[in-house]
Design a protein around this ligand. Sequence first.
Ligand SMILES: Cc1cc2nc3c(=O)[nH]c(=O)nc-3n(C[C@H](O)[C@H](O)[C@H](O)COP(=O)(O)OP(=O)(O)OC[C@H]3O[C@@H](n4cnc5c(N)ncnc54)[C@H](O)[C@@H]3O)c2cc1C
Length: 379
Amino acid sequence: MNFELTVEQKMIKDLVRQFTEEEVAPGAVERDRTGRFPLELIHKMARLGLMGLPFPEEYGGAGADTISFAIATEELSRGCGSLGITYSAHISLGAAPIYLFGTREQKLRYLPQLTRGETLGAFALTEPHAGSDAGGTETMAEKIGNQYRIRGTKVFITNAGYAKFIALTAVTGKSEKGKRISSMIVPTDSPGLTIRSSYEKMGLHASNTTEIILEDVPVPTENLLGVEGEGLKQFLITLDGGRIGIAAMAVGLAQSAFEKALRYAKTRVQFGTAISKFEAIQFKLAEMAMKIELARNMVYKAAWLKDQGKPFTKEASMAKLYASEMAVDVSDEAIQIHGGYGYMREFEVERIYRDAKLLEIGEGTSEIQHLVIARQLGL
Ligand SMILES: Cc1cc2nc3c(=O)[nH]c(=O)nc-3n(C[C@H](O)[C@H](O)[C@H](O)COP(=O)(O)OP(=O)(O)OC[C@H]3O[C@@H](n4cnc5c(N)ncnc54)[C@H](O)[C@@H]3O)c2cc1C
């Protein structure tokens, strides 16, 4: 067993850390306040080769591994949770299904646009009446000749406002087992497709969260991803990978909250001494550091298993569950260590707390992760 990062992984970590410290973190407070989407940072990330990091070079990617993707996501999230989720959704929800299930023609046509950062990746699964129960999808794709006609509504979709096309799930028929769900690539300039981004969110203000309304949207049948009726299976596989991204985001957010709390504890004087000298504060910081370390190891293990081509569903789900709850706990404690100042926006830990909360909900809630893990245990 070797816990050392490879030379390439270390290079990626250093590169993204420097980029985050110089370019991402400085504007995070302002973007949280205004909700401005940082398109200029996406373009810079594309120039650094990050937008296609784990995809093969023949599709414009950097050919890096999943551990490198997790490292990049963690480092970006350390500076700005909104950019972290934008990136994670782009790679692991938007681009991954095309890479995993697309034909060679589809990959050659769509992946380079994503890996060059010309468009953002988005994956539209959730609907008003189908969240955790994604099998309850109501969006219909009726086949007429060589076209599907799609009708329905998708909610809470990340990045769609900046996407030229999205991967979307819809019902394409029925079998004795129930609905046959398929996934397809839908251009966002298709007639009948409307994207709105008017949610007022608790956190992740500078990420793009959208509602997609589909009114008889025509899509060529050649845009089907993989085999008709296998959409459910495909998005379960996609979400396995996505959970590594969410867990890595959680580690980055928690790391940032921890560093801020540590710094503050050393400088804040009460009762004539730095509060870091109080055992109660020391124990909090020790606990926070331990939990972050544990979560990071879980993320790396799940990513490593994926890179080895081994099963990783259980480990990705465990990492997502543990890391997301850990990030909420750690950022909560970081606020506590800051006292009243922690409740103020200026000190940033309250933003991290708000951003972290989403991680217990998106890509399968904590309750659903317990179900996934239980199933993996044979229950
Ligand atoms: C900011 C943001 C970004 C998102 N991005 C995307 C995206 O890019 N693409 C996308 O498709 N979706 C996205 N989502 C949607 C997200 O994945 C869903 O919100 C999530 O899966 C939960 O679904 P729901 O909101 O309908 O909650 P519900 O499924 O209605 O859950 C409500 C509560 O019931 C619990 N519950 C439900 N079923 C069970 C059960 N069987 N056992 C125990 N408890 C249960 C849940 O855990 C939860 O506590 C995003 C959401 C947000 C808020």
